[in-house]
Design a protein around this ligand. Sequence first.
Ligand code: NAD
Length: 471
Amino acid sequence: MTFALTINGKPAQTAETFEVINPATGDSAATCALGTVSDLDAAVAAARSAFPGWAATPDQERADALNKIADLIEANAAELSTLITQEQGKPQTGPGANFEVGGAVGWTRVTAGLSLEPEVLIDNDEERVELHREPVGVVASITPWNWPLMIGIWHIMPAIRIGCTVVIKPSPYTPLSTLKLVELINAAGILPPGVLNAVTGDAEVGDRISSHPDIDKITFTGSIPTGRRIMERAGPTLKKLTLELGGNDAGIILPGTDISTLIEPLFWGTFINAGQTCSCLKRLYVHEDDVETVGAALAEFVSAIPVGDGMQEGNLIGPLSNEMQFKKVSAMVEDAKAKGAKVLAGGSASDGPGYFYPLTVLTGCTAEMDVVRDEQFGTVVPIIAYKTIDEAVSAANSLEVGLGASVWGNDTAEATEIAKQLQAGTRWVNRHAVLNPTVPMGGVKQSGIGVEFSEEGLREYTTVQVLSIAK
Ligand code: NAD
C-alpha cells in the first residue's frame, strides 16, 4: 500500500514515490507518494477556495469538528500508534507512541474548548471600539520527525479551530502517521473538502511553501537553519510566522541536592523519545563536589532501562530516528571522548541493525565539546562541573538558544529564584520537558518566534481587526 497525499478532500497519488525507513531495522516501513510543486499548488488552491466558507462557519460547529476529530483519533489509536513506532522508532509503551496518540487526542480536545471573544476597548457616549480576531487565512504547517503526529496536531488544530485552512507537509522521515490522520479526517467527512490537505516533498516543495503568494502564514517546527531559510524566503510575501526551533536546554542541579527522589523525572526529562525532543534537557550542570554521585546515580538508572525495537513489549527507549541523527550523535560522543570526557554508561555506537545508540552518561564535559555547544538531540547526557551557582547560570545562558531550562534542588523556593535567572521560554523546577495544552510554549533568543498552545497560541492564527463605531 502506498500512502497518499490528500488534496481537496481526496487521496492523491503521485508519479514518484519514496521509501520510509523503519529505524529499528533499517528496512522499509512503507512506500509513500512524493509530492511535487504542482501538488503543493493544487493543495494551496483547495485551501484557498475552502477558506471563506470555513472562516464563516459558526464557531461552535468548528469546536464540534475538533471534538469529532479527537473521537476519530481515539478510534484509530492502534493504527496511528503502530505507524509512529514504525516510522519514528519510539516504543509503543511508556512515554512513546501510545502516549503520543493520547497527547494528540488531549491537545485536540483542549483546543476545541478554546475561543477568542471580541474585546470591547472603548464604549462611551461618543464611540464604541471593539477588537476582533479574524482567521489569518491559508496556513502551511511544516513538521519535523521527532513527534510527527503530535506536532502536526499542534499546528493543525488551532488553525482550523479559529477558521483557517491548512496544508501540512510532514518530514520525509516520518510522513505516515500524518498522511493517515489527514486521510481519516477527510474520509470521515468531518471537515469540508480543502480545509485540511497534506502533501509531501523535498526542499523544493519547502521553498515553494515559503514563497507561495497564496499562503498567509507558516507554522514551522524544526531546525534553526531551516527556520532562517523559511523566514528569508517568506519576506517578499510578508507571511506571518510561528517558528518553533532548536534548543540546547540546560539543567542545573543545586549543590548538595539529594537526587534519589528526582532521578526519574531527571531521566525522562533528558531521555524521553531517545532524547529527540526539542525541550529535552541536553546539558547538565552539577556542582563539582556532586559530579561523582550524580553521574553514578544516572549511570545506574540508565543501565536498567530496556532499549530495543519499539514494537517489542517492554522496551522503553527505541532507536535514534534516522541514519543522519545516528551519525551526528556518534560523532559528538567521539568528539567528547577525544577531548577528555569520561564515559560512565554507553558511549559507543551499536553495530545494528537499526540506529540504536546506547543511553550514555558523560562526565568531565566542557563548553568546548560539540555535545555541549550544539544540540545533540539523542541518547546522551553530558555533565559539566561548576564551582558557583553564578557560574552555572552564566554557562546555562551562554548559548544563542533558549527553549527550555531547569533547576533541580531540595529547596523548591531557592531553585525557583535561580530558575527566574535562566533565559528560556520555559523554566522548570524539579522537572523538565513537561508540556500542557493550556500553557504556552515557545523559545526565546534563536529558539523561535511566537508560541503554541492555549489562547496565546490560538492568537497566532489570527489577525487583529478593529471595529470602530461613532455614536
Ligand atoms: P529540519 O529543519 O531538518 O526539518 C523540519 C521540516 O522542514 C521537515 O519537514 C523538512 O522536510 C522541512 N524542510 C527542509 N528544508 C526545507 C526548506 N528549504 N523549506 C521549508 N521546509 C523545509 O528539522 P528536523 O531535523 O526534522 O527536526 C529536528 C529539529 O527540530 C531540532 O532542531 C529540534 O530542536 C527542532 N524541534 C523544535 C521544536 C520546538 O517546539 N521548538 C519541537 C520539535 C523539534
